[in-house]
Design a protein around this ligand. Structure first.
Ligand code: AMP
Ligand code: ZN
Length: 485
């Protein structure tokens, strides 16, 4: 099966063919480290992690670069507000970012270059752009001149059309409002590097052109990021990189749609954010990944209480089915019972259906649909058949194997089911007003009441806990509890 990917550059789905056989070179714009990252930022992180894992599964050797923007106006502003140096702020939030990424279970890219470690190369690029006549200097500032640009490659619009609709910083010394900064002089007290144009720092777009080509070469396969980066960031990256190298920059541009919160894009500047740190204090990381992957990456996604509850419900259902399948396999085979037609038609081809959906522009939503179909059929089988025969057990194994492999690519379902349930109930305690000790004391009291055949008290306890949104479940190995969602 061949992989098909939507390319923002051509506005259509294309059969994926890397520039070099069996090798994929991919760059994704990383965070600007001036604050904790939010759940919107998690969308590209999680999605491109899945792309990375899936391409490796397909047999490609993947070189994946995700940068860290550790010098920027927003970092300087934050440093001034907090009376710290810009490098301290960058250090604090880089550490926080790395901690969040680890808790989210996102694989480390091949390289995570930092902008401040590539200033020399950026200066060299700017010198070449000046020499080639694409840039000009005014009072210590170097700007790229968009005069020769007929149209931007991603949006297929000419500069006037695009700039008319965008808020552009019209500095008096710009020859054209669309000209963008390659090098910017620093004010006293701001971080700066010596350059032929005086002390200053590079522009944001320059960072990504320099770091991507340094690690991946002048032309590479995939460049990714959120849609909000298309203009001006990615358009300007293309313009300056192609001026510098004289070659087409990137073959495939992949952009994720935005995550919104209360109908607006979740963004640090709008202040409507939930940080990943806050979210992961309250919920397991699987919940966030599940919300993000249950929608196609090019669809708008609204983050809400309802989305959180639905994701929890779905995860519980999947993990419960996994647990039942594992338990069932421990039982002895009946030797002869025959699996249903549905089991053969829906559960056995689960992995194939997963691959088909992922091959169609990483359609995680469709793949999840196939998984839920299999879960439904398995649950039906658990209620209607016992004991299981050899053929049924084969299907149980196929189901477990397929979910394990899906989990490896999505970075999900990696815990043992009972560990997941324990993790979930611990996290969800923030939603109720009873403590774990109180719950456990009441469960012990109920057990005692049941031993004494005091059914009335046992029932009272169940109801009392239920009033507090704690649901009890009696299993052959004891009583467990969960927080009602
Ligand atoms: P920033 O730190 O704002 O430059 O964003 C880092 C990455 O997160 C970029 O790829 C952005 O496109 C992406 N991003 C920011 N906000 C959102 C959002 N609300 N939904 C999806 N992606 C986002
Ligand atoms: Zn970038």
């Amino acid at each position: 099966m061949s992989l098909v990917v939507y390319n923002t550059l051509t506005h259509k789905k294309e059969v994926f063919q890397p520039l070099e056989k069996n090798k994929v070179k991919m760059y994704v714009c990383g965070p600007t480290v001036y604050n904790y990252i939010h759940v919107g930022n998690a969308r590209p992180l999680v999605f491109f992690d899945v792309v990375y894992r899936y391409l490796k599964f397909k047999g490609y050797e993947v070189i994946y670069v995700r940068n860290i923007t550790d010098i920027d106006d927003k970092i300087i502003q934050r440093a001034q507000e907090e009376k710290k140096s810009a490098s301290e702020i960058a250090h604090i939030y880089t550490q926080a970012f790395e901690g969040d990424i680890k808790t989210l279970g996102i694989e480390a890219p091949t390289y995570s270059p930092k902008a401040t470690e590539h200033i020399e190369e950026m200066i060299q690029w700017i010198q070449v752009l000046l020499k080639k006549g694409y840039a000009y200097e005014v009072q210590g500032e170097v700007l790229y001149s968009i005069d020769k640009i007929k149209f931007y490659k991603l949006s297929k619009k000419n500069p006037e059309e695009l700039l008319a609709g965008a808020r552009v910083d019209v500095a008096g010394h710009k020859k054209n409002p669309g000209d963008f900064v390659l090098w910017k002089p620093s004010k006293p007290g701001e971080p700066s590097w010596e350059s032929p144009w005086g002390a200053g720092r590079p522009g944001w777009h320059m960072e990504c052109s320099v770091m991507s080509t340094k690690y991946l070469g002048e032309a590479f396969d995939i460049h990714g990021g959120g849609r909000d980066l298309i203009f001006p960031h990615h358009e300007n990256e293309i313009v300056q990189s192609e001026s510098y190298t004289g070659k087409p920059f990137v073959k495939i541009w992949i952009h994720n749609e935005m995550l919104s919160f209360g109908k607006e894009k979740m963004s640090k500047s709008l202040g409507n954010i939930i940080t990943i740190h806050e979210f992961l204090e309250k919920y397991p990381s699987d919940v966030l990944k599940f919300i993000l992957l249950s929608n196609h990456y090019r669809s708008l996604l609204e983050f809400s209480e309802q989305a959180i509850c639905e994701a929890i419900g779905s995860l519980e259902k999947i993990y419960k089915t996994l647990l039942q399948a594992q338990e069932q396999l421990k039982e002895k085979s009946s030797g002869q019972e025959i699996p249903s037609k549905e089991m053969k038609e829906i559960v056995t081809p689960l992995w194939k259906k997963f691959e088909e959906a992922m091959d169609d522009d990483f359609n995680t939503a469709q793949a999840l649909g196939a998984l839920f179909e299999a879960v439904r059929v398995m649950n039906h089988a658990f209620t209607s058949r016992a004991p299981w025969g050899n053929e049924g057990r084969k299907i149980l194994k196929e189901f477990l194997e397929a979910v394990r492999n899906i989990g490896k690519i999505w970075g999900l379902f990696e815990q043992a089911p009972n560990d997941f349930f324990e993790h979930l109930r611990t996290k969800l305690l923030h939603r109720v007003s009873v403590s774990r000790q109180e719950i456990e004391a009441l469960i012990s009291e109920r057990l005692k009441a049941r031993e004494d055949k005091n059914w009335k008290r046992a029932d009272e306890i169940r109801k009392e806990l239920q009033k507090n949104k704690i649901l009890l479940e009696d299993t052959p190995t004891g009583t467990t509890w969960k927080v009602q969602i």
